[in-house]
Structure formats: structure tokens, C-alpha cells
Ligand binder design. Structure first.
Ligand code: XMP
Length: 333
């Protein structure tokens, strides 16, 4: 645990110069650690794994093998962006796995939130492990562990209870033994972003809002169906587009759409039109332990409502969630 503690003397990385110095130091360390061996990385497209990928690309180039698992629960265009940035722009060794059917088949009919999370987490590891077994000569596994993850593990080791089970790619099956490469494990999130920008990653990727590992799976409430998941993804894309256009995207910490497994009666083209409600959630927080609700201007809410109900098949109402955390958690499941 000792080298997992951030030294009190470690300066907070707030500038490009400090980030560049950190990057140089890590490049040297990673090269010394892995030599000419190969390193595997689960690249979700989140800030942490993206920064690790960019850092390792600089350090060891094609010795890095990134695996992007699309679990079918990504937001609109997200997997495509990962492929575009890392394979096409940065020329990384990237294996793209579309595992949508594997996940959605397993999740069919499962409505309990914790069961859904466990299935997604377990299957994620299995898909990743299947890819890892196909490769030869890989001795290292890189992870985007950051300092808050380490602090959380320390807390849990001290017997404190987690509210929700978060998933990552720790806990790989016994036959896969890798040494870990964790170049950003002593960094806080704001520092990871400064390092990401210094590495030249796109701004949108570095400032991407947090997205839970189980993805849209915990926002398509109850038992996931493909049609409701599709509606959720489209409505969420409209919300993100409108937030970006209005400038709110830069200001609000996390914003997304939730679609419950519930239908209400509506009317469209003079006919009865039953549909799901799209629930908008937009919150601000510093540590995700508590959160306040963003006061979205009514004209913007009306615009989003009109677009979602007109453009998304199956949605006939739009609601705004006014609940702070506590008492609601940020996600609904
Ligand atoms: P809650 O819903 O607990 O969420 O208030 C707090 C923050 O954590 C994110 N979250 C997750 N992140 N895996 C993750 O990586 C998960 O299973 C998970 N569940 C919640 C949530 O989006 C929010 O930012």
C-alpha cells in the first residue's frame, strides 16, 4: 500500500509545464518497468483510460495494445469516437470489440439494479479476458486507476460500506496474470485533465462528463429492452447537443437522460400515442457525494422537450428531476 500513498510533498499539477514534467517522468518509469514487453489496456473512452492510453503511446508506441469493448450501453457515437481518435488519429494498436449482443442477451429480463451492474461488470471482464487470451506475449496490464480510487479502496479496507458496486477491470480470471502499470494512480481528476491536454488529447475527451461503467444500462431503468435503450440513447444525444449549443455543457458537472419502464397515454397526429417519459437530470457536485440540481432556463427545457418528443420514437413526455443528492443518488439505479 505504501507506494499507493501520495507523498505530501507532491506538487499539485495545475500547469502545462508541471504536466510535461510529470509526463516525462512517467515515460521513463514505464519504459524502465516494461522494457520491450507488451502492455494491454481496456480503453473505455473515459478520461482516465484515454489519458493512460495517450501517455503509454508516447512511452512505448505499438507495444501498447488497447481493447475497446462496446457493451452496447455506450452513448451515441461514443465508441466510434474512440476508434477515430485512437486508431485513426493517434495510430494506436486498437482492438474494437462489438459485444452488444452478448450484453443485451444476458441482461434481457433482468430488472434488479445490482444484478444488472454485476452482470455488466462480470461480462465486461469476460469479454476483455477473451481478447487477452487471444494475444501472445503480453505481460502487463495498464489501468486508469486514479487517486480517489485508491482512497476508496483504503476506506473499504477499513470496513466502510460502498453505496453502489462500481466496476473496473481489476479481478481478471486466475489464468491471466499481469503486472500492473498504473501511471496516473497518484493523480486527482483535475490533474488527469491537465495531463490529458498536455498530451494533446481532444478537449471534449479530456473534459468528458463522468459516465458510469455500466453506461446507459443503469439509465434504461428496470429490464433493458432494445427499443427503449435506443430511445434513451437518441434522447440523451439531443440533450447533450442542446447543452453544448447553449454553453451549459461546460458548466454542468453531469447531465443525462433516464428512461423508466413506464408508459403513459399521449396523443400524436390525432391518435392515441403511448410512450415512455424521458427524465432529464443535470447536477453539479465537487465530489459526487452530494449534488445540487442545475437551474436550467425554461426556454431551453422547452426546446429540448420539443426536440425529444418530435424526434425520438417512443417518447411522449419529458420530465425534469429536481432532486438533490441526498436524497436521490445521481444515477437512478
Ligand atoms: P451515484 O448514483 O452513486 O453516482 O450518486 C455518483 C457518481 O458515480 C457515477 N457512477 C458510476 N461510475 N461505475 C462508475 O464508473 C458505476 O457503476 C457507477 N455508478 C455510478 C455516477 O455517474 C456519478 O457520477
Amino acid at each position: 500500500m505504501e507506494n499507493n500513498r501520495r507523498p505530501e510533498t507532491m506538487e499539485r499539477i495545475t500547469t502545462k509545464a508541471l504536466a510535461d514534467a510529470f509526463i516525462e517522468e512517467q515515460i521513463a518509469q514505464v519504459r524502465a518497468q516494461v522494457g520491450s514487453k507488451k502492455v494491454l489496456l481496456a480503453l473505455s473512452g473515459g478520461v482516465d483510460s484515454s489519458v493512460v492510453a495517450a501517455l503509454l503511446l508516447k512511452a512505448i508506441g505499438k507495444q501498447l495494445i488497447c481493447v475497446h469493448v462496446n457493451h452496447g450501453l455506450m452513448r451515441k457515437d461514443e465508441s466510434e469516437n474512440v476508434v477515430e481518435v485512437f486508431r485513426n488519429q493517434l495510430d494506436a494498436n486498437l482492438i474494437y470489440v462489438d459485444a452488444t449482443d452478448r450484453f443485451l442477451d444476458l441482461l434481457a429480463g433482468v430488472s434488479d439494479p445490482e444484478s444488472k451492474r454485476k452482470i455488466i461488470g462480470k461480462e465486461f471482464i469476460e469479454v476483455f479476458a477473451d481478447e487477452a487470451r487471444k494475444l501472445e506475449g503480453v505481460d502487463f496490464l495498464a489501468q486508469g486507476t486514479i487517486y480517489p480510487d485508491i482512497l476508496e479502496s483504503i476506506k473499504q479496507a477499513e470496513g466502510k460500506k460502498a453505496v453502489k458496486s462500481h466496476h473496473n477491470v481489476g479481478g481478471l480470471p486466475e489464468d491471466l496474470k499481469f503486472s500492473l502499470v498504473e501511471p496516473i494512480k497518484l493523480l486527482f481528476k483535475d490533474e488527469v485533465r491537465v495531463v490529458g491536454e498536455a498530451l494533446g488529447l481532444p478537449h471534449a475527451m479530456v473534459y468528458r462528463q463522468p459516465f458510469p461503467g455500466p453506461g446507459l444500462g443503469v439509465r434504461c431503468l428496470g429490464a433493458i429492452t432494445r427499443d427503449r435503450l435506443h430511445a434513451l440513447r437518441e434522447a440523451d444525444a439531443i440533450l447533450r447537443e442542446e447543452f453544448a449549443a447553449s454553453g451549459l455543457g461546460e458548466k454542468v458537472w453531469q447531465y443525462f437522460v433516464v428512461v423508466p419502464d413506464l408508459k403513459s397515454v399521449g396523443v400524436k397526429d390525432e391518435s392515441r400515442y403511448e410512450g415512455w417519459p424521458a427524465i432529464i437530470r443535470a447536477v453539479n457536485t465537487t465530489d459526487a457525494m452530494s449534488a445540487t440540481v442545475e437551474e436550467i432556463p425554461y426556454p431551453l427545457l422547452h426546446k429540448i422537450t420539443n426536440r425529444i418528443t418530435e424526434e425520438v420514437e417512443g417518447i411522449n413526455r419529458v420530465l425534469y428531476d429536481l432532486t438533490p443528492k441526498p436524497v436521490g443518488t445521481i444515477e437512478w439505479e
